[in-house]
Structures are given as C-alpha cells and as structure tokens.
Design a protein around this ligand. Structure first.
Ligand code: NAD
Length: 483
C-alpha cells in the first residue's frame, strides 16, 4: 500500500506536510499502519486538478457510454481484489470478516455494476415540445467538482454510492475518507490508477475533520456529498449555504421496529438481529427502538434476548464471529456511557451490560445489550448510540406504536413486522422516514433510493435518484420554424 503518498488528481504525489494518521486495530489495540495525512495545501492541489479536469478535460465531455465503459473496467479490477479489500476493512475498523466480505465489499462490488446498468438506460437527454411550439432539449449535465466526505462504518459502501454515480454523470471527485478508515480508500485509489481515468478526475485525501471543513468551504467545489453524524452534517450544510453549494446529507438515525401483535417472535428476533447488530451495531439504519405490544411484550423480549445471547462475540478476523469490537476506544466509552444512562433512567438490562464480553480482555468491545421497561423519552431511545444496544418499548395499540415511531428527531429508516403484509404496508405509509422495511430491516437495494428526512438529512443515494443528485438539468429551447 502507498502509505507515504496521497492520490491527487489520479497520480501518487508527495504530501505537503509530514502529518500522519495512525490506524489502530480495534481488537488488538496495535498499530496496523501509518499513512500520510492530507493538509489544506493538498486539498488546494486536488481541487485545482479537479477544476481543470472538469472545466477543460475530457471526462465531462465524453459520451455517457464511454464513461460507463471506464467504470465497468474499474468494477472488474475491484471484483478481482475483493478478498484483499475485505481483509483491509476488517483490519482497520474491526468489522467481522464474514460481514466485511458480504456487505462491506460484496455489496459495493454489486453496486458498481448496478450503477452502470442504471446509467445505460438513464435519460441523459430528453426531447419535449414546449407550450409555444418550441423544441426543448433537456440535458442532464454533471454538477461539477464533487467533495465526497464519508464516515468509517461502511467505508467502501459509502464511497461507492457517491463516487460511481458522480463519475457516471461526468463529475470529478475529491474524496475524503474518515481518519479511522483510510486504508480501504487508498486501496481503491490503486484500483482507480489501474482503471486509467483521465488526469484530475479522482483524488483521495485521508484526513481529519478540519481537512473536511476546508474542503467543504473550498470555492472550487460545486457540490458536497456528505455521510456522517447529524452534528457535522449541520456544520456542512451551513458552510455550503454560505456559497450556495449543492449539498446532500446522509446522517444519523434512531429507527423503530414496529412489532405488530400478529408477528412471530422468532422471526422478529432474527430480523432485528440482522438489521441492527451486523457490523457490531454500527449501522446508520439499524432498528434500535423495538416497539412491542404490551400484551405480548415478554414473548418478544425473550425471543430477542435468546437471539442476542447466541451471538458469537470475538476476533473479527475469525469467520465465525458475528459481533466484533467497536471502531475506537472513544466509541466504546460512548456506548458504555449510554448503557449506564439507560440504567440510571430506569430501564432494565435483559442481557449484556458494561462488563467486557466473556473471555475477552483486550480491544474495544461492548456486550450486545438489550434493555426493556424503557420509555421513548429516555436518552437510549432518543439518541443514536451506534453500537450493539437495543431498547424495547411497549405500546398499547397500533396508533400509539405509530406515534412512538414518529416521535423522533431522526427519520432515516424503520420496519414493521406482521403476519399481514397489507397491514404492514398500511403502517409503512404512516411513518415519516426516507426508507422502510416490511418483515425485514430496510435492505439497501441498488435500484431503490436511500436517504433520510428530519435530522437524518436530505438528498437520495442509490437508484436512478442516486445519479440525479450529480446532475443538473439544462433546458435548450429551439424556436419553432416561422416564429
Ligand atoms: P462524523 O460526522 O464525525 O464524521 C464523518 C466524516 O465527516 C469524517 O470523514 C470526518 O472527518 C468528516 N467531518 C467531521 N466533521 C466535519 C465538518 N465539520 N466538515 C467536513 N467534514 C467533517 O461521523 P462518524 O462518527 O465518522 O460516523 C458515524 C455517523 O455517520 C453516525 O451518525 C451514522 O449514523 C452516520 N452514517 C450515516 C449513514 C447514512 O447513510 N445516513 C451511513 C453511515 C453512517
């Protein structure tokens, strides 16, 4: 890996300073790698290269089919290096390797191809007849230089859902991965170099939040595509407003699973486990508030407790591990703090707690923890915890369940579990979120738009809408003959 260089405008370059980012393995607490960190001067160079590529280079002017061909070339290279990418992600963020192979890398690999398929049929141009008889040509044109800033929890997924549609639309991209997870981004940069895109089209700048802020405020940037916390998202939105930059925000969540009174407890527990405890609970659309009918609360709580007790917690490099460590000590402390707050506010721990998992004495682990006897006003029900902690809240009837689900600052996802799909679909229409699942956690699909409302942000990724976000429509009106 090119750990001493930055990928600027498609070329490996010396960084402007000797600042480094140390990557620590979350399960051993040992140094995995030390890589060059970007500084503002590197941002300037990358944006300048991007600006030149966008304003005068070939990439935005290619026929969409030629860009699709280049991205398919990248997808092939990516597919050949999937195993290496999964091991890299596990080493830096501690994601269980089986999850890393399937979702952290398998999913982005599939997304690359799916986006190319979508771009094949995307309406890049459209003809309309205007009200006064003019021929109107509508062109979807690229928005320009894109700053893509991502979180560490699903690093390749987040990068691919920004980078690939942006490239297909004809944009050029300056990518800033999170400081917790620079290695996968540098590996992708190697693949981008091999795919042979024109100069200036992509830069990869590992760096901390101030470097992100500098990039967001850079006047050479046309659009910011941000995934991260709601607090940082608000700062990004404010900075973009100052210069009228386009911005899309994929932020936090506190999604509810509404368990209806006709649901099967074992199916609910299995669905919630997969939706909420994969990636050790560090998933933006995790179902973390489990709303159960008061009359059957014990049955559902017992099924969830059985499921959570059966989870294999351990070394993320072991194929049998289902829950690994959290990404950083800071994150472990934060999650343990929430468990203590739940106890203080009167919720009951059914399984888990603040002790280290059995047989583990090193690494940033938290036991999978289930609370019940909770109310929706407790911090564990209102704030995003981002760890393996679930909260059961009892409701009296369906209307109250819907009211509790909607009583949240967030609006990213949610689910309903029921034996009656029509009843589930009817509940789905009453919940104010950007995505919703019936009898499963919301599953990311390359053909369906994903994103949030309220404090979960705005803008959509994936699906055709995921390409829309990197285009502007231009209308060209040709006077009708004889006018
Ligand atoms: P974070 O907001 O601290 O950091 C995210 C990224 O933004 C990092 O690259 C960071 O360096 C950068 N950054 C931070 N402050 C910035 C600023 N003011 N200007 C520019 N860049 C800045 O978030 P995190 O702790 O790394 O990630 C976890 C959060 O991300 C959770 O809230 C989670 O829900 C959210 N997330 C959302 C989605 C989604 O699709 N909605 C997906 C994954 C993660």
């Amino acid at each position: 890996m090119r750990s001493n260089e930055l990928f600027i405008g498609g070329r490996w370059s010396q960084p402007s300073t000797d600042q480094r980012i140390d990557v620590i393995a979350p399960h051993t607490e040992q140094l995995v790698a030390s890589v060059a960190a970007a500084a503002p001067a590197d941002v300037d160079t990358a944006v300048e290269a991007a600006r030149a590529a966008f304003d005068a280079g070939p990439w935005p002017r290619l026929d969409p089919a030629e860009r699709i061909e280049a991205v398919r070339r990248l997808a092939k290279i990516y597919g050949d290096r999937r195993a290496e990418m999964a091991e890299t992600i596990t080493s830096e963020i501690g994601a269980p390797i089986s999850f890393a192979q399937r979702a952290q890398v398998g999913l982005p690999a599939m997304m690359m191809t799916a986006f190319c398929d979508l771009a094949d049929t995307y309406p890049w141009t459209e003809a309309r007849r205007g009200m006064y008889g003019a021929d109107i040509h509508i062109r979807r044109e690229p928005v320009g230089v894109v700053a893509a800033i991502v979180a560490w929890n699903m690093p390749q997924f987040l990068i691919v859902t920004k980078l690939i549609p942006a490239l297909l639309a004809g944009c050029v991209v300056v990518l800033k991965p999170a400081p917790e997870s620079p290695l996968n981004a540098l590996l992708l940069a190697e693949m981008l170099a091999e795919a042979g895109l024109p100069p200036g089209v992509v830069s990869v700048l590992p760096g901390d939040a101030p470097v992100g802020e500098y990039l967001v405020k850079h006047l050479g940037v046309d659009k910011v595509s941000f995934t991260g916390s709601t607090a940082a998202g608000k700062a990004v939105a404010a900075a973009c407003a100052a210069d009228l930059k386009r911005v899309s925000l994929e932020l936090g969540g506190k999604s509810a699973a509404i368990v209806l009174d006709d649901a099967d407890p074992a199916a609910v527990a299995a669905g919630v486990r997969s939706a909420s405890l994969s990636n050790s609970g560090q998933i933006c659309n995790a179902l973390t508030r489990i709303l159960v009918p008061a009359a059957r609360a014990d049955e559902f709580t017992d099924a969830l407790a059985t499921e959570m007790t059966s989870l294999v917690v351990g070394d993320p490099t072991d194929a049998a591990t289902q829950v690994g460590p959290l990404v950083a000590e800071r994150q472990q402390e934060r999650v343990l703090g929430y468990i203590e707050s739940g106890q203080r506010e009167g919720a009951r721990i059914v399984v888990g707690g603040t002790d280290m998992p059995d047989g583990i004495d090193c690494g940033w682990y938290v036991r999978p923890t289930l609370f019940d006897h909770a109310t929706n006003s407790m911090r564990i029900a209102r704030e995003e915890i981002f760890g393996p902690v679930l909260t059961v809240i009892a409701y009296a009837d369906e209307d109250e369940a819907v009211a509790i689900a909607n009583d949240s600052d967030y609006g990213l996802a949610g689910s309903v579990f029921t034996a009656d799909t029509d009843r589930g679909l009817s509940v789905a229409t009453r919940i104010r979120t950007g995505t919703f699942g019936v009898n499963q956690g919301y599953t990311m699909d390359p053909f369906a738009p994903f994103g949030g409302v309220k404090a979960s942000g705005y803008g959509r990724e994936l699906g055709r809408e995921g390409i829309d976000g990197y285009t502007d429509s231009k209308s060209i009106s040709v006077a009708a003959k004889g006018t």
